[in-house]
Design a protein around this ligand. Sequence first.
Ligand SMILES: Cc1ncc(COP(=O)(O)O)c(C=O)c1O
Length: 405
Amino acid sequence: MADRDNEDPSGWDVATRLVHGGSLRSSFGETAEAIFLTQGYIYDSAESADARFAGTEPGFIYSRYANPTVRMFEDRLALLEGAEACRAQATGMAAVHLALMGLLRAGDHVVAGQALFGSNRWLMNNWLPRFGIEATMVPASDLEAWKAALRPNTKLVLIESPANPLLEITDIEGVAQLAHAAGAKVLVDNVFASPILQKPLMLGADVVIYSATKHIDGQGRVLGGAVLGAQALLEDAYRDPIRHTGPALSPFNAWVLLNGLVTLDLRVRRQSETAAILADRLAGHPKVVTCRYPGRKDHPQHELARRQMTGGGNAMIGGGTLIAFDLGNQARAFNVLNALKIIDISNNLGDARSLATHPTTTTHRAMTEEQRLEIGLTAGWVRLSVGLESAADLWRDLERALAGA
Ligand SMILES: Cc1ncc(COP(=O)(O)O)c(C=O)c1O
């Protein structure tokens, strides 16, 4: 296998990185990247196997450690993120779990925003304590609260911004400065923004996590995840846990995700543009109590969103592909969801199909009512993941559904 291009891909624009980045072409000269469905690799000699295991000869050993198709996906995503290295995982949750466990020990403390994806919250409240690790949850947009929660044994902070489901924004640069001064590492779950809109490493994060299941696939097909950061950090914290706990991404899924990356920039731009149009119309609709969209001036952290969701030099594209709106009560929210004909009801997001979710009865059902109220989540809220359909058709669908609510 030879590297496809002789020139340095770090000089390429985003669009070019997403088409050619990380490509490895075999001796067959295939146009599309190959799917290497292989568990293992053979060696020319016993000496070569010895050298491969010793790390003195480059090459693959076993697909739980690394695989050529998975490597292409990792390298393309790293190039997009501006990260030195990427390690792909079987799911987004495998990525979050690895990112936490690789950096934490018994006796450590973690700080995270209160508004977190349900499974991330479960890890904080139910899983980490089993290993003697304590977590403190703070209001995600309150910098003083992050500062006050840091302790001498705080080893990392976990940020999700925009957060699920009400799109609260955390000041990544501000929290990173506080965390680093306290000796803690900064992890950002960047799923909602996607690597097109937000570059946490440029804002001071140490590790960025993705559920590739969302925008990166973008077509509802495969699960996947990724952890990105500096090469040395990934080697120290994650190389052995990956090898010995086995969260490897399947090469087939890596191939689907590699091809998802090709169109990621186009999709996120278009979905974000449509979301901005729909958010304005929802905000002006008499049945909508509140519409929350980071690209709108009335979002409580709009200025912060504008500053940090700039695409890291990829030009400000907007407030993202997700909108949250409050219809006042659950009955109205259900009526609207049930009346939609183009938009599907689903707990997923980042898809080419627009998807509507009722968070309190699905994604955030495991939280107590008190915990939900802490983040302002009541039963009237609907989360809308805007897809690639036309804005006119989507608005017609929403308007008709709202009329009957
Ligand atoms: C913010 C966030 N992080 C992590 C995940 C987990 O990803 P996966 O479903 O790929 O495990 C999800 C969605 O499920 C999510 O919305």
